[in-house]
Design a binder for this molecule. Structure first.
Ligand code: FES
Ligand code: FES
Length: 182
């Protein structure tokens, strides 16, 4: 049997639906205002790009872009998204027409398990939106709180460097992104 509703849940559910835009589509969501955006995206809108990792705002796996800024959807209440524009990984590009950043990740084979990749890509995309040509140091700074347990950091950095317009040697094992030149 699932968890029982708290006594005040029914009352909270009757609050007005919350309107927001997700990947360019308008939605009106009837849910408790403190529901994490991640739950709405994955369970209600079936957008499984954002991942549940820690649920505490610490790993970055759930990252989405809200009004152009990277946000951790596991700790972002639905109420904070009212009237805002949310972009998930699905909103960046498709298999047939990937965003250049996604294409760079494919080019550099920047994944092992791939669980962190949503956060890496969405955080990097937010960086590129405000700074299309960040330096290596700026990229590292932007991604410093996104965790990758597989140790794919070299390939991920190379992918973002490529999307930022740097020339990156393809053989990461020989020095990789450290050999990148602008
Ligand atoms: S799942 Fe959101 S930061 Fe870890
Ligand atoms: S590729 Fe597995 S956590 Fe990053």
């Amino acid at each position: 049997m699932g968890p029982r509703l708290r006594e005040d849940d029914a009352e909270r559910m009757t609050s007005d639906p919350i309107r927001l835009t997700v990947n360019g589509t308008n939605h009106s969501i009837a849910a408790a205002p403190d529901t994490p955006l991640l739950y709405i995206l994955r369970n209600d809108l079936e957008l499984n790009g954002p991942k549940f990792g820690c649920g505490l705002g610490e790993c970055g796996a759930c990252t989405v872009i809200v009004d152009g800024v990277a946000a951790r959807s596991c700790v972002l209440p639905l109420s904070a998204c009212a009237g805002r524009s949310v972009t998930t990984l699905e909103g960046l590009g498709s298999r047939e027409r990937p965003d250049p950043l996604q294409a760079a990740f494919v080019q550099h084979q920047a994944a092992q398990c791939g669980y962190c990749l949503n956060g890496m890509i969405m955080t990097a995309k937010a960086l590129l939106l405000r700074n299309p040509h960040p330096s290596e140091q700026e990229i590292k700074q932007a991604l410093r709180y996104n965790l990758c347990r597989c140790g794919t950091h070299v390939e991920i950095l190379a992918a973002v460097m490529t999307a930022a317009g740097h020339h990156v040697a393809r053989d990461h094992t020989a020095g990789g992104a450290a050999d990148a030149t602008h």
